[in-house]
Design a protein around this ligand. Structure first.
Ligand code: COA
Length: 265
């Protein structure tokens, strides 16, 4: 992860068992997201989605300082309005793709997660931050607003007050405050971050893949519709689980007092 080379591709990929680790790999630029990096991330996530051997994804940044310090400011500085719109859509497509992916994605936040970096973390299903991490939406300081979904996902994660404060004031917050606001799920000592994240990822990789997918789909759908539609969707997904071998395996293993072996069938 942090050993990725600054001269290599902007995204590095490595497997640990059924966990795919995707690392934004521009440490000399604090892993800032330029167009090429957004495209490389999209390819990496598409490949992870299509690979049946991958059951969980961990997303992180190379180097000791940053998860991702934002969209690439030097690239944005010269964009025309139409190019700016395209850049926003490029980021949003990537991040919506991650959010709606059928496998759990865990953001391992190893340092600065600013602007597009916090937006990238927020589209993941779970977020674990080092206690040293700093998170924020500082676009206001550049005369900009978040453009990769930040105003919308932060609003859904942390509510209006926190979203308006982070985006209007622009001052980053520490990991403990992000935990209080519900922006990250867990905060761990920086030295423990990788071990704790990989432990969680291994647990997710062992879980029933079709049930994980059902939960992600229900939360994505339910977050955007009324309670009746959300409940009906949950019921349909629940019923679908009874067509899976994994449900027979999970319930059977419980009754036989053994550990289940889920295969995603
Ligand atoms: N876009 C492009 N380059 C970036 C970047 C970004 N978002 N964030 C950092 N970098 C680059 C710096 O320009 C510098 O490159 P250089 O060595 O070629 O000059 C390198 O990464 C290291 O950053 P530096 O600013 O020297 O590190 P620092 O420890 O002094 O400060 C930050 C760290 C995160 C506080 C600072 O880099 C920063 O404020 N970055 C921008 C954050 C931001 O506004 N993000 C939202 C963008 S929409």
């Amino acid at each position: 992860m942090s050993e990725a080379s600054p001269t290599a591709s902007p995204v590095a990929v490595a497997d640990q068992g059924a966990v795919r680790v995707i690392t934004v790999n521009r440490p000399d630029k604090l892993n800032a997201l330029d167009a090429a990096t957004l495209d490389a991330l999209r390819q990496a996530f598409d490949a992870a989605a299509d690979d049946a051997g991958v059951r969980c994804v961990v997303l992180t940044g190379a180097g000791p300082k940053a998860f991702v310090a934002g969209a690439d400011i030097s690239q944005m500085n010269t964009l025309s309005p139409v190019q700016g719109r395209d850049f926003s859509q490029r980021g949003q497509r990537l991040m919506r793709g991650i959010e709606t992916m059928s496998k759990p994605v865990v953001a391992m936040i190893n340092g600065f997660a600013l602007g597009g970096g916090l937006e990238l973390a927020m589209c993941c299903h779970l977020r674990i931050a080092a206690d040293s991490a700093k998170l924020g939406q500082p676009e206001i300081n550049l005369g900009l607003i978040p453009g990769f979904g930040g105003t919308q996902r932060l609003l859904r994660l942390a509510g209006r007050a926190a979203t308006l404060e982070l985006c209007l004031v622009g001052t980053p917050i520490d990991a403990a405050r992000a935990r209080e606001l519900g922006i990250v799920n867990r905060v761990v000592a920086a030295a423990e971050l990788e071990a704790e994240t990989m432990k969680l990822a291994a647990q997710l990789a062992d879980a029933a893949p079709l049930a994980l997918r059902g939960i992600i789909d229900c939360v994505n759908v339910g977050g955007e519709c009324g309670i009746e539609e959300g409940l009906a969707y949950e019921t349909a997904q629940f019923g679908l689980m009874f067509s899976t071998g994994d449900m027979r395996e999970g319930t059977g293993a419980f009754l036989e007092r053994r550990k289940p072996a889920f295969e995603g069938r």
